[in-house]
Design a protein around this ligand. Structure first.
Ligand code: ADP
Ligand code: NA
Length: 340
């Protein structure tokens, strides 16, 4: 039996934001207590859309710095850069030959990102979920903490694992590798901030790629920037409700209450118990203080770490060496199974 293992990744595409923190990195930190964890800076995913080479390098270090500044321990767990472990690309190719065109055509993130320009996006953008399956299954990870935006990709990962296990069942058994080689990985999607929305538009998720910097709180924003963005955040004229049901048709209010709840590890209702019936401006001031208290030290630590790029690179080299030990074993098994 494989021990419970967590894998997750963040793209080095700049502008790490509160959604990445609450939907992903904060939860990566908590899982260190209970699981063996691998946290990866997924640059092979980033280049599905063109990236400036110097920026890509800088952002790879920046995500690494964010992981560490948020409390991930690169000695007790594995922090590494995807492109330094060649097994990701190797297994992804094999999975490209297991996954079906129809499955990938149904991915809503591809449809959103490709938009009307389908003829002109990279082949890699289409195959992205197959690479994500390889990232996870290369380590035979049992659990993946992600935001809700990744749920459909996780289902595809399970479909690929299942089809591989079935297509090669006889060979898996003949190689003495049991009944099923790959686990059916479970997503870990929980808490009040699985989907943090834009501060400018409650119908869009907070995203690195939103052209408006006022749509997101970046992890490196200082107190003034955070205060300005929260004060300008879109709201409606009603005071806050005292019951959670009162947030239903109010996406912007719901989002801010959800952010507050996630930052204090509480529920929306506990936030409304405190602020319900009061004015938005009072709640916003409290949210600014809370966000500054939580993010200020993270941003400062990220900046400190970024001043020593050599030290960050050393962490990534060590992490890749340790990841490769697991990855090489999987690639050797998979080649035996497939007949290579
Ligand atoms: P982005 O979607 O901003 O480009 P990534 O694709 O690198 O960021 O996602 C990194 C992690 O952050 C993933 O686990 C993703 O689910 C999570 N995440 C991204 N945006 C949000 C959001 N707005 N709310 C909650 N989680 C998010
Ligand atoms: Na994403």
């Amino acid at each position: 039996a494989v021990a419970e293992r967590v894998f997750s990744g963040v793209q080095p595409t700049g502008n790490l934001h509160l959604g990445n923190y609450l939907g992903a990195i904060k939860r990566f930190v908590a899982l260190q207590e209970t699981h063996d964890c691998l946290y990866c800076v997924v640059d092979l995913h980033a280049i599905t859309v063109w990236q400036d080479p110097e920026e890509l390098k800088r952002h790879t270090r920046e995500v690494t710095a964010a992981f560490i500044a948020c409390g991930i321990d690169p000695k007790a767990h594995i922090v590494f850069n995807q492109s330094q472990v060649s097994g990701h690309a190797e297994l992804a190719w094999i999975f490209n030959c297991v996954a079906r065109m129809g499955w990938l055509s149904r991915m809503t993130q591809f449809k959103e990102k490709a938009g009307k320009d389908r003829e002109n996006v990279s082949l890699g953008l289409f195959a992205y979920p197959s690479l994500m399956a390889a990232d996870i299954l290369l380590y035979r990870a049992t659990h993946v903490p992600v935001g809700e935006d990744q749920k459909q990709h996780l289902e595809l990962t399970r479909d690929i694992a299942q089809k591989f296990n079935v297509d090669f069942a006889a060979s898996i058994a003949a190689n003495g590798l049991g009944d099923a080689y790959f686990p059916l990985t479970e997503p870990l999607i929980a808490g009040p901030a699985t989907r943090v929305m834009s501060l400018r538009d409650g119908s869009k998720k907070m995203s690195k790629s939103d052209p408006s910097d006022f749509s997101r709180i970046n992890l490196t924003d200082d107190a003034d920037a955070i205060a300005g963005k929260v004060r300008k955040a879109k709201t409606d004229p009603e005071p806050l409700p005292s019951e959670e049901a009162g947030l239903k048709a109010r996406p912007e209010a719901d989002n801010l209450v959800g952010i507050y709840a996630a930052l204090v590890d509480g529920s929306r209702q506990s936030v409304l118990d405190q602020f319900g019936g009061g004015q938005f401006s009072t709640f916003k001031s409290a949210l600014v203080d809370l966000a500054v208290a939580k993010l200020g030290p993270i941003g400062a630590e990220m900046k400190r770490l970024m001043d020593d790029p050599g030290a960050i690179d050393a962490i990534l080299i060590d992490g890749a060496d340790r990841a490769r030990v697991i990855a090489d074993r999987t690639i050797a098994d998979v080649k035996d199974i497939v007949g290579m």
